[in-house]
Design a protein around this ligand. Sequence first.
Ligand SMILES: Nc1ncnc2c1ncn2[C@@H]1O[C@H](COP(=O)(O)OP(=O)(O)OP(=O)(O)O)[C@@H](O)[C@H]1O
Ligand SMILES: O=P(O)(O)O[C@@H]1[C@H](O)[C@H](O)[C@@H](OP(=O)(O)O)[C@H](OP(=O)(O)O)[C@H]1O
Length: 355
Amino acid sequence: MTVKDLELTGRHTSVAVPQLMVQGVLTWLRSRLVSGAVCVCVGACLLLHYCSVCQNKSWQKLKTMVHFSPFVVSFKKRYPWVQLAGHAGNFQAGEFGRLLKRYCECEQQCLQKLMKDTLRPYVPGYYGVVQRDEQDYNLMDDLLADFDSPSIMDCKMGSRTYLEEELTKARERPRLRKDMYDKMVAVDPGAPTEEERAQQGVLKPRYMQWRETLSSTATLGFRIEGIKKADGTCNTNFKKTKQREQVMQALKDFVDGNTQILKLYLERLEELRSVLDQSVFFRTHEVVGSSLLFVHDSSGKARVWMIDFGKTVPLPPDQTLDHRTPWVEGNREDGYLWGLDNLIDILSSMLPQTP
Ligand SMILES: Nc1ncnc2c1ncn2[C@@H]1O[C@H](COP(=O)(O)OP(=O)(O)OP(=O)(O)O)[C@@H](O)[C@H]1O
Ligand SMILES: O=P(O)(O)O[C@@H]1[C@H](O)[C@H](O)[C@@H](OP(=O)(O)O)[C@H](OP(=O)(O)O)[C@H]1O
């Protein structure tokens, strides 16, 4: 369920730890772990606390990964930092409340443009590319830095989680993914077709579409990827959270029923929506796989930011998107605003109605 050898797939492969020691930890985890998100937390915490201690050593190729984030990293023992979703080993601690995310040119281009866009207050501040141990990173604000024991939620936005160009590539050069087949079977043994079963592999777009329809991505235009609460509990098991009522329950649990926090989140999302309507960047980009990061703490502070622009790409000069029109191949619509409308609607319905 949690730790296993993995077919190497691009960005999954490196973490900042000596390989042998990590393999020892992983072997221990593999032999000991039982199911449950809290156990995942503890295991990942042990491993990645160690990673952070060793963060000045060179990054090494590691043919193993911890499945199912979150990854809890103690950044220089200052405060625990949590990676709720995404690829393992992509982040390192920076200085002064900043963090380093493994370099991705597409993300760099977006963050640079976003620093000059009306969306600037809704994305992490960006400070350029830095090198550590021969690896390039994008340096950005750590959005958790100003919070005390924060509760965090990652919501992946949009009705589509793969780029149109990924579809084209998969058609031109179909590549069967055994790791995705295995992830599919782990959730639903009946999901693969007979052909996929015989091949023991699925194409990436097929897997991504299956994930979209299993969760709320296809029906609501967003899905919860993970939640970590101030009490230390973590849950990344939202693959089947699909119905509006299930989403509401997860949100209610995330804020511990605190309507004041819900209200602050709602206000922030409404502001974000009106800024998105004005944003040149947003109008001229296909925004896929990007998340909203929700953060609050017991002081009553609650904020939301847009993160992850690794699959946000510029449109041709003559094209714009409204981000609400349903997607058909070729129109490049991503359903981002449709998802945000739904999220806002759900949060509003959870608040007591004012006469
Ligand atoms: N600027 C930030 N400040 C604080 N936490 C962050 C920040 N950026 C990312 N995170 C944490 O890391 C997680 C993964 O981030 P992100 O989606 O950018 O990674 P990724 O590896 O590109 O993901 P994906 O696999 O979806 O492409 C988030 O869920 C969040 O917990
Ligand atoms: O959440 P899951 O079920 O583990 O599936 C992963 C998730 O959809 C990621 O967003 C995706 O990375 P990208 O968004 O960067 O494509 C990754 O593809 P990958 O394995 O090809 O990196 C998937 O494996």
